[in-house]
Design a protein around this ligand. Structure first.
Ligand code: 5GP
Length: 190
């Protein structure tokens, strides 16, 4: 059996990575397994444990680092986020395409670590900074300081877009999703 693809979707906070992922899973006939990350960030009201993230304490996150359980992990604006290693491998070995939704440093680490040529990476770009800010504010989950920190982080992340296989403009969810799915399908056939 062919090993499943590792699909990386990155991009600044508020660009709409989660919306694109859900749109793709709901509207296209493509098999994708979403890799659920572990985080020390407090759960937002609409988020579900074990669906959006595994929400853990700092101590539990430390233990997972010590036990070498992460493919990668990063600190992002005051919280830590990590991709469980064994789960990703297990799914890919079953031929499943694994979808990672992660920030830029973690994505770079994965691209450097995973050398099996069954990886495709996307950077999702907002049409402009205002769109990014609006989305973060609309969530109404972050303090002003965190909003500013996420925006600043996003601006520096955007300078690294050229490290990815494809830069996708999120001007329209359906269009951007279609572009991503077409590129994944092309890669699957190669
Ligand atoms: P949020 O707090 O908005 O859910 O996530 C903050 C940032 O961390 C987003 O860019 C998100 O994609 C990223 N992220 C989520 N999970 C992981 C992970 O496992 N590893 C890394 N490196 N980034 C992650």
């Amino acid at each position: 059996m062919k090993k499943g693809l590792l699909i990386i979707l990155s991009g600044p906070s508020g660009v709409g990575k989660g919306t694109i992922r859900r749109y793709i899973m709901d509207n296209f006939d493509i098999q994708l397994s979403y890799s659920i990350s572990m985080t020390t960030r407090p759960r937002r009201e609409k988020e579900v444990e074990g669906v959006d993230y595994y929400f853990v304490s700092n101590e539990e996150f430390d233990r997972n680092i010590k036990e070498n359980n992460f493919l990668e992990w990063e600190e992002f604006v005051g919280n830590r986020y990590g991709t469980p290693k064994d789960k990703v491998e297990e799914l890919r070995n079953q031929g499943k395409n694994v979808f990672l939704e992660i920030e830029v440093n973690g994505a770079t680490e994965v691209m450097n670590k995973v050398k099996d040529n069954r990886v495709i990476s996307f950077f999702l770009m907002p049409p402009n900074i205002q769109a990014l800010e609006q989305r973060i504010r609309r969530r109404k989950t972050e303090s002003e300081a965190v909003i500013q920190a996420r925006l600043n982080k996003g601006k520096s992340e955007m300078t690294k877009a050229n490290q990815y296989d494809h830069v996708i403009l999120n001007d329209d969810v359906a269009r951007a999703s279609r572009e991503i799915v077409d590129l994944i399908n092309r890669k699957l056939k190669s």
